[in-house]
Design a protein around this ligand. Sequence first.
Ligand code: Z5A
Length: 207
Amino acid sequence: MTRGRFITFEGTEGVGKSTQIETARAALASAGVEVLVTREPGGTPMAEAIRELLLTPRDESVNPLTELLLMFAARAQHLHEHILPALDRGCWVLCDRFTDATYAYQGGGRGVPMEQIALLEQLVQGDLRPDHTILLDAPVETGMARARDRSAPDRFEQEKMEFFQRIRDCYRQRAAEQPQRYHIVDATGSLEEVSRQIASLVLSFRH
Ligand code: Z5A
């Protein structure tokens, strides 16, 4: 049995990750590939409960280390109970955010030292890294404008523009450092243009 591919979707708020993960799922399914779509933080009942803890706005300020540890606690549960069993049975896993988001949000955004994130990454994941990471890239303002009409902002969405700018910078820097894994897609185009690129990109991962 060939192990499935692990593909992650990243980017700042509202760039179209959830929309494009569905495009990717449909393209792969029509090519006969078995696909599991999941997300972080979350993906199992317990990890979804941790997501709720992380996203709920609260009066108490949240220490960046608490946030970091909760992200990796959710990830350990998700990875071992859901992602790894799927990959082992040959299923492709499409995940809406993964550890690159931790480097971008907790590292770039909150200022947690990257070495601390790398330590936890190794502890929780061992050698597992995504086979491909699709970075949907657009100016922060573009994503915010697209996401604006939704429900009340969660704890992350309440942050200022500079926070999201640091996150975008961090993603772009990581993509430049790891060009073999990262695929940058310009997310400013129309829905049809971006979807076309995503479908052709994920289909190319079969070879
Ligand atoms: N977080 C973290 O800090 N550390 C970690 O390690 C992890 C996560 C894993 C939850 O993530 C939060 O957790 C997140 C980071 C943090 N906080 N923030 N911000 P999330 O992924 O659930 O939340 P999100 O980033 O806010 O996702 P989102 O806002 O749902 O955005 P999206 O999935 O990228 O966008 P979308 O829902 O597909 O599209 C938004 C709207 O734009 C929608 O109406 C679409 O129809 C429209 N759209 C999409 N593409 C286009 C184009 N091309 N043109 C026009 N309109 C479009």
